[in-house]
Design a protein around this ligand. Sequence first.
Ligand code: NAP
Length: 475
Amino acid sequence: MSETHTSRPTRVAVVGAGPAGVYASDILAKAQKKRDLRFSIDLFDRYPAPFGLIRYGVAPDHPRIKGIIKALHKVMDRGDVRLFGNVDIGSDLSIDDLRAHYDAVVFATGAVKDVEMDLPGVELEGSFGAADFVSWYDGHPDYPREWPLEAEQVAVIGNGNVALDVARVLSKQPEDLLATEIPDNVYQGLAASPVKDVHIFGRRGPAQVKFTPLELRELSHSEDVDIVLYEEDFDFDEASDEAIKSNNQIKTMVNTLANWLVEQEERTEEASRRLHLHFLHQPVEIIEGQDSGGQGTGKVAGIRFERMELDGSGNVRGTGEYQDYPVQAVYRAIGYFGSEIAGIPFDAKRGVVRNEAGRVLDEDGRHVPGTYATGWIKRGPVGLIGHTKGDALETMDCLISDIDRLPLAEHPEEGAILELLDSRGVEYTTWEGWLKLDEHELALGEAASESGQVQRERVKVVPRADMVRVSRAQP
Ligand code: NAP
């Protein structure tokens, strides 16, 4: 009898163990209980630890969002999805290897790079992508452990939640971050920072921000940090009035900002750090410093903006007025961008895998058999983590309805992929390995709490080699 998907479980590889990949795996694993389906699911990640963006993208002082790890942990702990960490698809395993071992491959690789910004001076020393900074403070294994925090005045470009994260971490008193899971070197770096003023610049108005209300309000919870606003930035056009009337989130945020503007007048004491929120500022150039001989230093010395005005539709136009701010560092938080996966059709303009409802499409718009995408690499880096669930449902519905058309894998046995990884000397990590690393990090946190004054939840292990060693340690 020839092999079919009904004579054996359908083998599925999910690439990316962040929320998108875990949700997709969970949906498939649960679908087999409700319908007459059988799946055997392997979840791959290039990092030795699972949970992607939650471990390496969410700010350390966001325990509520970090808490999503508990739900993901529960899914993985059931034992019906195998985890292979520290496996890079592209170098350790090729797309052809995946096709040979799985009937379907789901890409959930997210968007982890900064979108490129075409701004004169962007290459200067002291100009940083927000995603890189986030990776540093979240202890990403592939990022250098040192970060130059030498600026007293800092500009953050963008009015999204990433700009808020970066500005909050930069301006917060470091002791307030010590209770979180930040690695020791991140605490040391932040503790040595001489920062006094962090300026967030939005190119549109207060009613056009991309923040969310909770995250915006949180700015005012930092100890010894004053929020500073500018009355001339509170300009509202017809579209702004309409947005305030019809959108509760916008209304709440505009109210929050307007209250802060009033409250700052009543302030009697000055904090040691300030967090400024500017609107209607379009960046035009990062300004290079000059030495005493008039030569460029190659370093950031300021940033120039054009003053914008609202045009009635919620968009902006230039006024021809320019303003310079002396800053020694610029962080660009203008959005993330997905990375191309070799051999998988990619929309280089949007930074997503080309797809329709999660089915990956070739250049002619035909479904590449057995190939799917979910999460930010499917729809782009927008929306909160919760939206990723709905996204995974749509993609997995497609996979399930295609089940009889999936191309059959040549080596569907569960042991075949292990043999291949072993034969290539890939030091993969597993769920059991993560449990060991998790326990180890919690124990480091406990030890640090006993020797210090602050209760530390966990201390993240950072170098990749150490993560792999702890995860693969034999009892
Ligand atoms: P985002 O929400 O898309 O915000 C990007 C910001 O950059 C916008 O204000 C945009 O302005 C601005 N921008 C874009 N190009 C620009 C340019 N050339 N010059 C100046 N400004 C420019 O992106 P994000 O902040 O990276 O966030 C990505 C997603 O992750 C969002 O859905 C966010 O809510 C989510 N997230 C959530 C949290 C949380 O704590 N809940 C934390 C981090 C991220 P325009 O609006 O004018 O285009």
